[in-house]
Design a protein around this ligand. Structure first.
Ligand code: 26V
Length: 804
């Protein structure tokens, strides 16, 4: 392990960076300093910093070639990277220089950094995980490429219209994306539709009816201190021909533009859903588009090194981030058979030794299936290959009828990915066990060596060093250097300091500062004023019924009732903060947002709640908002129905920043409990096994409502329109569901949740003890660095040795 900042990154002082900025402003951005706007200055600094990334980037690339390193390819529909400028500055150790340079130009550093749009090329956890993995692969020195889509519009912007979610298109590319390098020489034709005719041997000749170009844009991803740098390559869909001249000359400009409209649609928008595959042809085309382009690029690189296609698995490991790129199996077989002349069995052996698949959800509706009609129409050659993979698997496992990839007129992408993969991994210990017992039970019995666990992690560079400057200073001083950011196990040294009153005081002062800054931001940007001395109780994540924001809202309303009923009762003063978007087509999730906002309005308007309870729901939750909220949290809400949240990663970010968790035994919460100790986390509710048993025994939510008057009162209030100006109809779908199916067992867990929250209140009343627990939480988080996760994948999935 390193212990200094010598490293590959060129050291540059403030004066040199000031000069570099001035140069970029003139010659790269084309602006005179006299008229430059804040964005111009930001672009100038970005260019200057990017210049400093280039040499370490080349060094890493050369080293990967020279050492014949096996490469990792991370294929993901989503990369939720957020802002890059500060992250790069931190990784390269340039903060002091950057602040000095920016100040010398008379520009405010915080405002400049804040001007960068969030690259929101993802929906939620799966996309953010991909971004943390990029950072960690560069930090530990795994030679890697991330491959994805350069969406013109990332995840929609959320606004609230009287508490209802509204959606606006996101426009991150309006200003140029200063990090990327356009690679106009790297472009692959990607075909769709058309006809297949038999070829030689196992081969075939596919003549697509439509073709688009996949054009590469590269963003360098520097790791800690520039010791290694990888590439994120995003594909832009472009027409093979810009326009048709014949209709243009006739004056039919619409018809002339048709080819570019078809092509560009493919990379136009991120699919705004992480729950239900809508069977949309466009989504399938997006998946094939980026997967095919990435595989073409991978094979080209392999061939360029003078290697045979047959040896691919020895030199490359491809990770499929969920089933979205699962067409990689058939596509790789197609390339090897139709273009490189391997026979089918050989080709499948190469593919299944190279590919690996990560499963991120057991929710049945999120497991992708495509109708064989659609697949056969859009990708006729692939449909043939899928049938053949299916037949071969049935023959080899002597199971001609059970576990078929093609079933009931549908292609089951989870099974295809499993069968095409060398390793299949879950994202927490519990999730991996449940995979073995449920969705992949039969396949697991046939291939017991395939499923492995790699519990998720998060990058401590962004989620601690970057977002929590106070904690950064305290850790660096306490641990003797900044190297904890690349070796988070060192944070365990905080544990004994939990007993040291002076240390606790400093730790708590940092939290208080962060809360003040967060409160100021809430006031400034969202017009809500909150008391920074109250407990900040935060739930931020996509809005989904299984995540049970509804249960949190019900508990908030019940607490409100309890304070009203007995104003002298001792409850911890709380600020409940919610953040998150609902998929635009997910009506129930949008209704839950409105309910939270209605409850918030009622509580915040009641003078009796002053200093006792407030609710804030800042609109448009994204990575940058998480960076403000997480360091300010006292309490982290991780309250999903046990068995439903594959891992969670917000849970790790909060605990790393010294928040205590109230949570169920779901996903990685189980491992967080093990790491921090049972007495330092507030666990409640049913276990995954109990949830199943409750359902099996004929779950009747009404009996739980009847048994808890606090819950009954809130449900009745909602039905009476108490929070919605007397409108008793508004939330009918919510209350009918609660009294009816309550699929995610909110009612079954409510009592245990409410009571646990009162234990949280008691703990809050003993601040020294609370801080002691908070320190122990942070101290236990070493294992949740995504560097650990990546080393796990390297050893157990990819077979690569990290360089750093
Ligand atoms: C599914 C679909 C279906 C089609 C439309 C677009 C789309 C986009 C994403 C998904 C899958 C979402 C799965 C997901 O985000 N899972 C989360 O993954 C995190 C990282 O492993 C994990 O921490 C969360 O528990 C899990 O919910």
């Amino acid at each position: 392990m390193h212990d200094g900042a010598t490293d590959t990154a060129k050291q540059i002082d403030g004066e040199a960076l000031r000069v570099a900025m001035a140069h970029s402003l003139r010659y790269a951005i084309g602006k005179d300093p006299v008229t430059a706007t804040l964005s111009d200055w930001r672009l100038a600094l970005t260019r200057a910093v990017r210049d400093l990334v280039v040499d370490p980037w080349f060094a890493a690339t050369r080293r990967a070639y020279a050492e014949k390193r096996k490469r990792v390819y991370y294929l993901s529909m989503e990369f939720l990277i957020g802002r890059l400028l500060e992250d790069a500055i931190h990784n390269l150790g340039l903060e002091a220089a950057a602040r000095e340079a920016v100040a010398a130009h008379g520009v405010d550093y915080a405002a400049l950094v804040d001007d960068e749009p969030d690259a929101a090329l993802g929906n939620g956890g799966l996309g953010r995980l991909a971004a943390c993995f990029l950072d960690s692969m560069s930090t530990v020195g795994v030679a890697a490429h991330g491959y994805g889509i350069r969406y013109e519009h990332g995840l929609f912007r959320q606004r609230f219209d009287q508490g209802w979610q509204g959606e606006e298109p996101e426009d991150w590319l309006r200003q140029r994306h200063a990090w990327e390098f356009e690679r106009s020489e790297v472009a692959y034709p990607i075909g769709f539709g058309g006809e297949v005719s038999p070829g030689e041997g196992d081969g075939a000749l596919w003549t697509p009816s439509d073709t688009v170009l996949a054009a590469a844009y590269d963003t360098p991803i520097p790791g800690w201190r520039g010791r290694w740098t990888n590439t994120l390559r995003l594909w832009d869909a472009q027409p093979v021909r810009e326009f048709d001249l014949e209709p243009f000359n006739r004056g039919d400009y619409m018809a002339a533009a048709a080819p570019s409209v078809f092509a560009e649609t493919i990379s136009r928008v991120l699919y705004p859903d992480d729950t239900t595959p809508q069977g949309k042809e466009l989504r399938l085309k997006q998946e094939y588009f980026f997967t095919a382009a990435s595989l073409a690029d991978i094979l080209r690189r392999h061939r360029a090194m003078g290697l045979e296609p047959r040896s691919l698995a020895a030199h490359a490991a491809i990770q499929l981030n969920d089933t979205h790129p699962a067409i990689a199996g058939p596509e790789l077989v197609r390339l090897l058979v139709d273009d490189h002349g391997l026979d089918f069995d050989e080709a499948f052996d190469v593919a299944s030794a190279t590919l690996n698949y990560t499963n991120h959800t057991l929710m049945p509706e999120a497991l992708e299936r495509w109708s064989t009609d659609l697949m056969g129409h859009a990708l006729p050659r692939h449909m043939q290959i899928i049938e053949r993979i299916d037949t071969r698997h049935a023959r080899e496992t002597k199971r001609p009828d059970s576990v078929r990839i093609v079933d009931n007129g549908e292609v089951r992408m989870g099974d295809l990915a499993f069968i095409s993969a060398h390793r299949v991994n879950g994202v927490s210990a519990l999730h991996t066990d449940l995979m073995k017992q449920t969705v992949f039970a039969e396949l697991h019995a046939l291939h017991p060596e395939k499923i492995v666990n790699q519990t998720n992690g998060v990058t401590p560079r962004r989620w601690l060093y970057g977002c929590n400057a106070g904690m950064r200073r305290l850790l660096t001083e306490t641990l003797g250097s900044e190297e904890w950011a690349a070796d988070l196990d060192r944070i365990a040294a905080l544990a004994p300091l939990a007993e040291d009153a002076a240390f606790r005081e400093r730790f708590q002062a940092i939290k208080t500062d962060n809360k003040r800054a967060c409160a100021a931001w809430l006031e400034r940007e969202h017009g809500v004023s909150v008391d920074p001395t109250a407990m900040f109780d935060i739930q931020i994540k996509r809005i989904h019924e299984y995540k049970r924001q509804l249960m949190n809202a019900l508990e908030t309303a019940a607490l409100y009732n309890a304070i009203k009923a007995d104003p002298s009762a001792e409850f911890a003063p709380r600020v409940k903060i919610f953040g998150g978007k609902a998929a635009p087509g997910y009506a129930m999730a949008k209704l839950i947002i409105k309910l939270i906002n209605d409850i918030a309005a009622t509580i915040n308007a009641d003078p009796a709640m002053k200093g006792r309870l407030a609710v804030a729901y800042p609109a448009n939750y994204n990575v940058s908002m998480a960076e403000i909220l997480i360091p300010a949290a006292d309490l982290s809400e991780q309250i999903s129905t046990a068995g439903k949240e594959a891992s969670g990663t917000g849970n790790m970010k909060f605990a790393m920043n010294g928040a205590l968790t109230v949570g169920t035994l779901d996903g990685a919460n189980v491992e967080i409990r093990d790491a921090v100790g049972e007495e330092n986390i507030f666990i409640f509710g049913q276990t995954a096994a109990e949830v199943l048993a409750t359902r099996a025994n004929g779950y009747a939510p009404q009996s739980f409502i009847d048994a808890d008057p606090r819950l009954a009162q809130v449900v009745e209030q909602i039905e009476a329109g108490f929070f919605s100006g007397g409108d008793g109809e508004r939330f009918r779908a919510v209350t009918e569901n609660l009294r009816g199916h309550d699929w995610f067992q909110v009612c079954a867990d409510f009592t245990s949740y409410y009571d646990r929250q009162r234990v949280v209140d008691d703990a809050w009343a003993k601040p020294e003890e609370w801080t002691r627990k908070a320190v122990l939480n942070a101290a236990g988080m070493g294992v949740f660095s995504s560097d650990r996760t990546i080393r796990g994948y390297a050893a157990e999935v990819w077979g690569v040795t990290p360089a750093c």
